[in-house]
Design a protein. Structure first.
Length: 165
Protein backbone atom coordinates (compact mmCIF):
# COMPACT_ATOMS: atom_id res chain seq x y z
CA UNK A 1 0.00 0.00 0.00
CA UNK A 2 1.22 3.48 -0.83
CA UNK A 3 2.02 5.81 2.05
CA UNK A 4 -0.77 8.23 2.93
CA UNK A 5 0.26 11.54 4.45
CA UNK A 6 -2.67 12.73 6.54
CA UNK A 7 -3.16 15.97 8.41
CA UNK A 8 -5.29 15.93 11.53
CA UNK A 9 -6.35 19.29 12.95
CA UNK A 10 -9.08 21.20 14.76
CA UNK A 11 -9.70 24.61 13.19
CA UNK A 12 -11.83 27.53 14.35
CA UNK A 13 -13.90 29.66 11.96
CA UNK A 14 -11.03 32.18 11.71
CA UNK A 15 -8.56 29.30 10.96
CA UNK A 16 -7.22 29.52 14.54
CA UNK A 17 -5.56 26.38 15.87
CA UNK A 18 -3.77 27.62 18.96
CA UNK A 19 -3.12 30.27 21.57
CA UNK A 20 -0.04 30.47 23.81
CA UNK A 21 1.09 27.01 22.64
CA UNK A 22 -2.19 25.40 23.64
CA UNK A 23 -5.65 24.76 22.26
CA UNK A 24 -8.20 27.58 22.57
CA UNK A 25 -10.96 25.05 23.36
CA UNK A 26 -11.64 21.81 25.16
CA UNK A 27 -13.48 19.26 23.02
CA UNK A 28 -13.25 15.76 24.54
CA UNK A 29 -14.83 14.10 21.49
CA UNK A 30 -12.20 15.68 19.25
CA UNK A 31 -9.46 14.31 21.51
CA UNK A 32 -11.11 10.87 21.41
CA UNK A 33 -11.28 10.98 17.59
CA UNK A 34 -7.63 12.09 17.44
CA UNK A 35 -6.57 9.19 19.67
CA UNK A 36 -8.64 6.64 17.71
CA UNK A 37 -7.29 7.77 14.33
CA UNK A 38 -3.61 8.15 15.26
CA UNK A 39 -3.03 5.20 17.63
CA UNK A 40 -0.74 2.65 16.05
CA UNK A 41 0.59 5.17 13.52
CA UNK A 42 3.49 7.59 13.18
CA UNK A 43 2.70 11.16 14.27
CA UNK A 44 4.89 14.03 13.09
CA UNK A 45 4.90 17.32 14.97
CA UNK A 46 6.96 20.43 15.52
CA UNK A 47 8.92 21.05 18.70
CA UNK A 48 6.40 23.51 20.15
CA UNK A 49 3.54 21.06 19.59
CA UNK A 50 5.55 18.35 21.36
CA UNK A 51 6.27 20.72 24.25
CA UNK A 52 2.55 21.47 24.54
CA UNK A 53 1.67 17.81 25.14
CA UNK A 54 0.78 17.46 28.84
CA UNK A 55 2.39 14.01 29.27
CA UNK A 56 5.12 14.07 26.64
CA UNK A 57 5.23 11.52 23.82
CA UNK A 58 1.84 10.15 22.78
CA UNK A 59 1.42 6.50 23.82
CA UNK A 60 1.07 3.71 21.25
CA UNK A 61 2.39 5.88 18.42
CA UNK A 62 5.79 6.54 16.87
CA UNK A 63 6.44 10.16 17.86
CA UNK A 64 8.53 12.22 15.43
CA UNK A 65 9.54 15.76 16.42
CA UNK A 66 10.80 18.27 13.87
CA UNK A 67 13.20 20.93 15.09
CA UNK A 68 15.94 23.08 13.61
CA UNK A 69 18.11 22.30 16.65
CA UNK A 70 20.49 19.59 15.44
CA UNK A 71 21.33 18.52 19.01
CA UNK A 72 17.77 18.29 20.33
CA UNK A 73 16.41 15.11 21.85
CA UNK A 74 13.01 14.41 23.36
CA UNK A 75 12.10 11.41 25.50
CA UNK A 76 10.47 8.56 23.54
CA UNK A 77 10.71 10.52 20.26
CA UNK A 78 12.70 10.42 17.07
CA UNK A 79 14.04 13.83 16.03
CA UNK A 80 14.42 15.13 12.48
CA UNK A 81 15.45 18.53 11.19
CA UNK A 82 13.48 18.25 7.95
CA UNK A 83 9.90 17.16 7.16
CA UNK A 84 10.83 15.36 3.95
CA UNK A 85 13.55 13.35 5.73
CA UNK A 86 11.07 12.36 8.41
CA UNK A 87 8.49 11.30 5.82
CA UNK A 88 11.05 9.21 3.91
CA UNK A 89 12.16 7.48 7.11
CA UNK A 90 8.66 6.17 7.82
CA UNK A 91 7.25 4.10 4.96
CA UNK A 92 4.18 3.43 7.10
CA UNK A 93 0.81 3.15 5.38
CA UNK A 94 -0.53 6.30 7.05
CA UNK A 95 1.51 9.04 8.71
CA UNK A 96 -0.23 11.83 10.62
CA UNK A 97 0.92 15.45 10.68
CA UNK A 98 -0.37 16.82 14.00
CA UNK A 99 0.94 20.39 14.08
CA UNK A 100 1.76 23.11 14.60
CA UNK A 101 1.11 25.89 12.14
CA UNK A 102 4.55 25.86 10.50
CA UNK A 103 4.50 22.08 10.02
CA UNK A 104 0.95 22.21 8.63
CA UNK A 105 2.07 24.87 6.12
CA UNK A 106 4.93 22.63 4.97
CA UNK A 107 2.75 19.51 4.79
CA UNK A 108 -0.52 20.73 3.23
CA UNK A 109 0.71 20.31 -0.35
CA UNK A 110 2.14 16.85 0.43
CA UNK A 111 -0.97 15.54 2.20
CA UNK A 112 -3.51 13.27 0.56
CA UNK A 113 -6.05 13.36 3.38
CA UNK A 114 -7.32 15.88 5.92
CA UNK A 115 -9.12 14.97 9.14
CA UNK A 116 -10.61 18.28 10.22
CA UNK A 117 -12.64 19.20 13.26
CA UNK A 118 -14.31 22.51 12.45
CA UNK A 119 -14.95 24.42 15.66
CA UNK A 120 -17.90 26.75 15.13
CA UNK A 121 -16.45 29.77 16.87
CA UNK A 122 -13.79 32.43 16.23
CA UNK A 123 -10.96 32.98 18.68
CA UNK A 124 -9.66 36.54 18.51
CA UNK A 125 -6.75 35.85 20.88
CA UNK A 126 -5.35 33.02 18.74
CA UNK A 127 -1.73 33.21 17.63
CA UNK A 128 -1.44 30.07 15.46
CA UNK A 129 -3.45 29.46 12.32
CA UNK A 130 -4.02 26.69 9.79
CA UNK A 131 -3.25 27.49 6.16
CA UNK A 132 -6.13 28.13 3.77
CA UNK A 133 -7.72 24.91 2.48
CA UNK A 134 -8.11 25.28 -1.28
CA UNK A 135 -11.61 23.92 -1.93
CA UNK A 136 -10.63 23.20 -5.56
CA UNK A 137 -8.02 20.67 -4.42
CA UNK A 138 -10.05 18.68 -1.90
CA UNK A 139 -13.24 16.60 -1.84
CA UNK A 140 -15.13 16.20 1.44
CA UNK A 141 -15.93 12.50 1.89
CA UNK A 142 -17.36 12.56 5.42
CA UNK A 143 -19.16 15.14 7.54
CA UNK A 144 -20.72 14.74 10.98
CA UNK A 145 -22.18 17.69 12.93
CA UNK A 146 -22.35 17.95 16.72
CA UNK A 147 -24.10 20.57 18.87
CA UNK A 148 -22.52 22.07 21.93
CA UNK A 149 -23.36 20.26 25.16
CA UNK A 150 -22.28 20.13 28.82
CA UNK A 151 -18.80 18.82 27.81
CA UNK A 152 -18.36 20.81 24.58
CA UNK A 153 -18.70 24.59 24.83
CA UNK A 154 -18.78 25.02 21.04
CA UNK A 155 -20.60 23.13 18.30
CA UNK A 156 -18.22 21.31 15.95
CA UNK A 157 -18.12 19.20 12.81
CA UNK A 158 -15.90 16.25 11.95
CA UNK A 159 -14.90 16.37 8.29
CA UNK A 160 -12.68 14.15 6.17
CA UNK A 161 -11.24 15.37 2.87
CA UNK A 162 -9.23 13.59 0.20
CA UNK A 163 -7.06 15.36 -2.34
CA UNK A 164 -8.43 15.41 -5.85
CA UNK A 165 -6.35 13.43 -8.33
Amino acid sequence: MQKMISIIVAIAENRAIGVNNGLPWRLPNDMKRFRELTTGHTVIMGRKTFESLPKGALPNRTNVVLTKNKNASFENCIVFNDLNEALQAYPAEEVFIIGGAGIYSQAIDLAGKLYVTSVHHSFENADAFFPEINENEWIMTERENFPNDDKHLYPYTFQTYIKKK
